[in-house]
Design a protein around this ligand. Structure first.
Ligand code: NAD
Length: 411
């Protein structure tokens, strides 16, 4: 089941749990605005090339819309739509005053030079500048884009509207980015894991962790777990996988990856078939790479007691059922990886205040938001007798539905 079908299914279950009226349900599901623009740029050799850029603005009942911009050859409207909707529920679960959006350009950034990427980003911004803004829609980096991309959007947008750092988040620190943003998703994953384990009478220290993916999210998650006494026993990435039952030396692994580009060949552990990482014996399994990795087939072999969805949509609904039957507790993506968008919100707040927070304040505030959201989800689970995923979806959908009804509709 793809991300769109799964998101719709969970949304519909939440609507049933909450007893939402069918007119409100329809209004929540249909995107507020879908933008599609042609972006033509001269390549470095002088030839012209055209790409299609998308921005789906799903819902703004709770505040300006928020979501990433990805550069990927397979960017297509249906998936962007599902991801925009997911952002609406995610920002509501985190209780930050935003709606949801997502966008992208159907291109392969690896086939574009830096100057071509810059031209493409500027043309895309020129086409959508009237439809984004600090109080309208605030883009952020996603697959294939980064802080530099946000810097170009900020610069191009500011040509039309004056200096406006709050138009994007995930910017370089020198242009108003937030301290702590780089680590925020991984740090949020650890705060969420801490809350879940505490609920089961356990702490981060002493548990055995397996992590799929060692990019931004996976590596920060591993570093912080390791600092807190967690035993990170296996890690995979696109290059392969490594394992050490006594716990991998994460700082040494980070060093290895910075030199060799991947975990493969790390001397502090044994190599492992990357495809078998999800079946490794551990307490906590953290998929932090791709969507759709826990399927009907792979879920059967999971030995972990807890699955923390650091990646977006790593678990198929079929796998959800199999894992539930095995007694595995899943911390759902719309909560588990919301640390990134929460610190993006702090970045926007700092830009609007014109006042930069120190990193300690950023991390302390993030902890408060993650702990509070977990407690809110648990309350809903108790009231509605549902699992954490449905608790999180119901919390998010319920908040957006209430905001929508309070605002009302034009006659
Ligand atoms: N970065 C954020 O702030 C953020 C926020 C919310 C959700 N997410 C989600 O978290 C996931 C990871 O994002 P990221 O920013 O760390 O990406 P990234 O590109 O920095 O890292 C991805 C990692 O996955 C690995 N990988 C790719 N294919 C793999 C495979 N077949 N098997 C094992 N590992 C593989 C890569 O080698 C890399 O280590 C994505 O699903 C993303 O949507 C990220």
């Amino acid at each position: 089941m793809n991300a769109l079908a799964a998101t719709n299914r969970y949304f519909k279950q939440a609507v049933r749990i909450l007893g939402i009226d069918s007119k409100v349900e329809k209004s929540l599901l249909i995107p507020y605005r879908e933008i599609k623009v042609e972006c033509t740029i001269p390549k470095d050799d002088g030839t012209l090339v055209s790409y299609v850029g998308f921005r789906v603005q799903h819902d703004n009942a709770r505040g300006p819309m928020k979501g990433g911009i990805r550069y990927h050859p397979e960017v297509e409207p249906d998936e962007v739509n599902a991801l925009a909707q997911l952002m609406t529920w995610k920002t509501a679960v985190a209780n930050i005053p935003y709606g949801g959006a997502k966008g992208g350009i159907g291109c392969n950034p690896r086939e574009l030079s830096i100057t071509e990427q810059e031209r493409l980003t500027r043309v895309f911004t020129q086409k959508i500048h009237d439809l984004i803004g600090p109080h309208l829609d605030v883009p952020a980096p996603d697959m294939g884009t980064n802080a530099q991309t946000m810097a170009w959007i900020l610069d191009e947008y500011s040509k039309f509207h004056g200096h406006t750092p709050a138009v994007v988040t995930g910017k370089p620190i020198d242009l108003g980015g937030s301290l702590g943003r780089d680590a925020a998703t991984g740090r949020g994953v650890v705060f969420g894991t801490q809350a879940l384990l505490a609920d089961h009478g356990k702490t981060i220290a002493g548990q055995k962790y397996v992590i799929q993916g060692f990019g931004n999210v996976g590596s920060w998650t591993a570093k912080i777990l390791h600092e807190q006494g967690g035993i990170v026993k296996a890690i995979s990435d696109v290059s392969g996988a490594v394992k050490n039952d006594a716990g991998l030396d994460i700082p040494a692994l980070v060093q290895h990856v910075s030199i060799h580009g991947g975990v493969k060949g790390f001397a502090g552990g044994d190599s492992l078939d990357a495809a078998s990482i999800l079946a490794e014996d551990c307490d906590v399994l953290i998929p932090a790479a791709l969507g759709g990795v826990l399927t009907r087939e792979t879920a059967k072999d999971v030995k972990a007691k807890f699955v923390i969805e650091a990646a977006n949509h790593p678990t198929d609904p079929d796998a959800d059922e199999i894992l539930a039957q095995k007694g595995v507790v899943i911390l759902p993506d719309i909560y588990a990886n919301s640390g990134g968008v929460t610190v993006s919100y702090f970045e926007w707040v700092q830009n609007i205040q014109g006042f930069m927070w120190d990193e300690e304040k950023v991390n302390n505030e993030l902890q408060k938001y993650m702990i509070r959201a977990y407690a809110n989800i648990k309350d809903l689970c108790k009231n509605q007798n549902c699992n954490l995923r449905m608790g999180a979806f119901s919390l998010g959908v319920g908040r957006v539905a209430r905001a929508t009804m309070l605002r009302g509709w034009e006659a």
